[in-house]
Design a protein. Structure first.
Length: 144
């Protein structure tokens, strides 16, 4: 039930991110979520896109080093405590969250989405499902 996150390794210098987004724009790739982590010399762009295969292909053809990582997309109520509720379920199941980032999407304004990288995806999905918390798949994200 995981999503595929694309992580792109970029040199930390002016114009590098622009070059990558230009490649995506020219190929009609729609980013659904984006997170950037950086150090002095390089950055890692983590993104969820509408078409993983096409994105991986155009990035490779343009010479960008990238990888695919399984992550969970979780529907979070857009209300105070929405994220806390999900984190309590994951902590109760002894699931460690390595990192996460959020995005709004679609026509529904009563919720947001969180992308979670966890150590034990199966345990996370089972714990969330047991509490009625919805995990989304790649097809749903592509339709936003």
């Amino acid at each position: 039930m995981s999503l595929k996150q694309i992580s792109v390794f970029l040199e930390n210098k002016p114009g590098t991110l622009l070059t990558m987004t230009g490649v995506l724009a020219q190929n009609h790739i729609d980013m659904r979520a984006l997170s950037i982590a950086e150090t002095k010399d390089f950055g890692i762009v983590r993104m969820i896109v509408d078409d993983v295969y096409a994105t991986a292909t155009v990035l490779k053809d343009a010479g960008f080093i990238h990888s695919l990582t399984p992550v969970l997309g979780v529907v979070i109520p857009d209300e105070p405590g929405g994220l806390d509720q999900v984190l309590r379920v994951l902590a109760g199941a002894q699931v460690n969250v390595e990192y996460m980032y959020a995005f709004l999407g679609g026509k529904n304004v009563d919720h947001a989405y969180m992308i979670f990288r966890v150590q034990n995806e199966a345990a996370a999905v089972a714990a969330l499902a047991a509490k009625g918390i919805r995990v989304v798949d790649q097809d749903e994200i592509s339709q936003l």
